[in-house]
Design a protein. Structure first.
Lengths: 137, 245
């Protein structure tokens, strides 16, 4: 009887434990748990931006590691190529036209780049591309 | 005797519950806040970045006419530049937060730059150097160790034909006594030349860039930042000309 009694207490406790343990957040940190295909580079324009995970950080050059996660978008327009990177607390924009590159940086968020529904400018239709899906922030 | 056993069992389970809850909570403690403020970009900064001669042939080809290899080169160069600038500023901020010395950041940035592909590293080297000089190295006490670091990033800017004359002017003034007068004068002359080359392309490239900028949500800040910085660059060229004599 003692064993049965102990078993009942253990089972009830486990049920309570399971029911009241706080759920692991899955939607709050889109950066480190991105949707599938987050590293894929699509060739079509108009797809949403992607938040790359800090761990893989595939947008960086091989061998470089950082805890900076970001979304990015790149497109071409006429003779200019543009990259926008959204980092955790700042953004960077590089525009290259001919031999000159214009580097901009600022704090905060680049106009919704990492938000669902944001689209890369389609430009002239050449080489406009973006990556994958947007995890919910 | 049942009661103490039940008490121990329940106590153990409650302990486990608290432990698990704590672990899940700790998982959220990311050192970088990823929940960026939903505000418009502020404090926009602009840096002029040069394409050195070795990369110019590729970068001057219009994107629509580039081969896939040329496009990959251009993407890699721009991406590396964007990444390196932000990463350097992040390292500087983190060092300040942790009370680390500038030497720690210097070591990390040099290591990071060493990992970029040589031929597409010119943007990364300029972005990181401008951040290191402007935010960390210039303005501090000029001990020989700091001057060595200033010299390192100054040389990177010179090698990449940087037109950032305002930052280079401050750097060269800081290097007096560390570099010979002749070396400082020669570097000043090279910077004047690089800046003039950059401005010679500006009439065409600048107007095209403005077309892109005018379509951005924060166009006023972008255009204003560029105008302010180029004014500072032009002013610095005058002083560099005097320094080069």
């Amino acid at each position: 009887m003692k064993r049965v009694s102990n078993g009942i207490v253990l089972c009830v406790s486990l049920v309570v434990l399971t029911a009241f343990t706080p759920a692991r957040p899955t939607a709050t940190y889109g950066w480190d748990r991105p949707s599938v295909s987050n590293n894929r580079v699509a060739s079509e324009a108009g797809t949403a931006a992607v938040c790359l995970p800090a761990a893989s950080n595939s947008g960086a050059e091989p061998g470089t590691r950082t805890r900076l996660p970001y979304c990015h978008c790149s497109w071409s327009q006429g003779s200019c190529s543009t990259w926008v990177h959204q980092f955790a607390q700042e953004w960077e924009m590089h525009i290259n036209c001919g031999g000159n590159t214009y580097e901009y940086q600022g704090s905060g968020e680049w106009g919704g780049l990492c938000r669902p529904g944001w689209e890369c400018p389609s430009g002239s239709g050449h080489n406009s591309h973006n990556s994958g899906n947007v995890p919910h922030l | 005797m049942n009661t103490p056993r039940h008490f121990i069992t329940v106590t153990t389970l409650v302990f486990l519950f608290v432990l698990l809850a704590g672990c899940y909570g700790a998982d959220d403690a990311n050192p970088i806040s990823v929940d960026a403020p939903h505000t418009a970009p502020q404090d926009v900064q602009f840096n002029p970045i040069a394409t050195p001669k070795a990369a110019l042939a590729t970068m001057r080809v219009p994107p629509s006419e580039r081969t896939p290899v040329q496009q990959a080169f251009a993407d890699s160069a721009l991406r590396a530049g964007s990444y390196a600038g932000a990463a350097t500023r992040h390292l500087i901020k983190e060092a300040a937060r942790r009370g680390q010395s500038w030497q720690v950041v210097d070591t990390q940035v040099r290591r990071m730059l060493g990992r970029f592909r040589r031929e597409t590293a010119y943007g990364a080297e300029q972005s990181a150097s401008l951040s290191m000089l402007g935010l960390l190295l210039l303005g501090g006490e000029l001990a020989p160790e700091r001057q060595e670091a200033i010299a390192f990033y100054t040389q990177l800017l010179l090698d990449n034909e940087s037109p950032a004359a305002d930052v280079l002017l401050r750097s060269l003034r800081s290097l007096k006594g560390y570099w010979s007068d002749g070396a400082v004068a020669q570097a000043a002359a090279r910077t004047v030349q690089h800046t003039e080359v950059w401005f010679s392309r500006e009439a065409e490239a600048g107007s095209k860039a403005e077309t892109v900028l005018r379509e951005q949500p924060n166009r006023e800040e972008l255009l204003d930042a560029r105008a302010r910085r180029l004014l500072a660059v032009r002013e610095a060229v005058k002083a560099l000309k005097a320094l080069s004599r």
